[in-house]
Design a protein around this ligand. Structure first.
Ligand code: COA
Length: 254
């Protein structure tokens, strides 16, 4: 697996090489996740060069994680520059979507479009989640798992999610959720001038459809896809539908 030495530490990623004149696609996972939170339909999308990153402190990347979205955004900027992947379509899930919005607002030259999956312009975190990560990590894993998946998600997917949270560990996980809790760009969405595709499952309990509607209503060039019955992990729960929507957005619509 390739790794990149950046100012933010050693970052691991996978790369799916596309045609030289094709678009760059960068996938950013959410809190407590890793590159494995993206299904093959996205990681191996034909026609694009796809970079799937482990954020600092996650998966196989070094570093200790961050407790602000700006800190993660700086790490991603360092990665984009080191990988020469500018003008990327950045697709972020949950916390990754907060990082993607920050890139569009603060580093618009590096980003050509956004996919905002199960995320919002403000991501307040329930105090019970923050407290459980501090006080009782196994309870936190159970609590987050209970709210992260839609009713039709299989036990094997839930187990994958639990393992990812345990691998992340309490310190990095707490930093991730604090970063989400502090994030708020609700007043700034009108400044995002690039095309945006927002996707949300109708059974998402962590970032409800209301958040995605708000994105679609306040970002000037945005469209919304709701995925019936899916929860917060919509891209793993309905990989074909989400993969096809993102592929069309990246390859056809723009
Ligand atoms: N987009 C649109 N509307 C949003 C929003 C977003 N991203 N974030 C908050 N709002 C709305 C809320 O729906 C609420 O509207 P209302 O007054 O009409 O009910 C209002 O803004 C204020 O909400 P919020 O800032 O979240 O504060 P709160 O004190 O009402 O609720 C929580 C705090 C933590 C209980 C609540 O945010 C929540 O249940 N969050 C989801 C669970 C969670 O922890 N998710 C993890 C995300 S990573």
């Amino acid at each position: 697996m390739p790794r990149m030495n950046t100012a933010a530490g050693e970052l691991f990623y996978t790369i799916n090489e596309g045609p030289r004149d094709g678009p760059n696609l960068l996938l950013l996972h959410g809190a407590g996740g890793s590159r494995l939170h993206w299904p093959p339909q996205l990681r191996r999308m034909a026609g694009a060069t796809v970079y799937t990153l482990d954020l600092p402190g996650h998966g196989r990347s070094s570093g200790s994680g961050c407790s602000t979205i700006e800190c993660y955004a700086r790490a991603v900027v360092a990665f984009i520059e080191a990988a020469d992947a500018d003008r990327a379509v950045v697709v972020g899930h949950s916390m990754g979507g907060a990082i993607a919005q920050t890139l569009a607002l603060e580093h618009s030259d590096l980003v050509s479009a956004l996919g905002l999956i199960a995320t919002g312009a403000r991501l307040r975190v329930a105090p019970a989640i923050l407290e459980s990560i501090r006080d009782d990590f196994s309870h936190a894993v159970a609590l987050i798992t209970r709210h992260a998946w839609g009713p039709e998600a299989s036990e094997s997917l839930l187990e994958l999610g639990r393992e990812a949270l345990k691998d992340t560990g309490p310190d990095v996980l707490l930093g991730d959720f604090l970063a989400c809790d502090r994030f708020d760009v609700m007043e700034r969405l009108g400044e995002i001038e690039i095309p945006v595709l927002a996707i949300c499952g109708t059974a998402d309990e962590l970032t409800p459809v209301k958040y995605a509607r708000f994105l679609a209503q306040h970002i000037p060039d945005a469209r919304l896809l709701t995925v019936e019955g899916a929860g917060h992990m919509v891209m793993l729960e309905q990989p074909r539908e989400v993969g096809e929507a993102v592929r069309e957005f990246v390859m056809v619509d723009r």
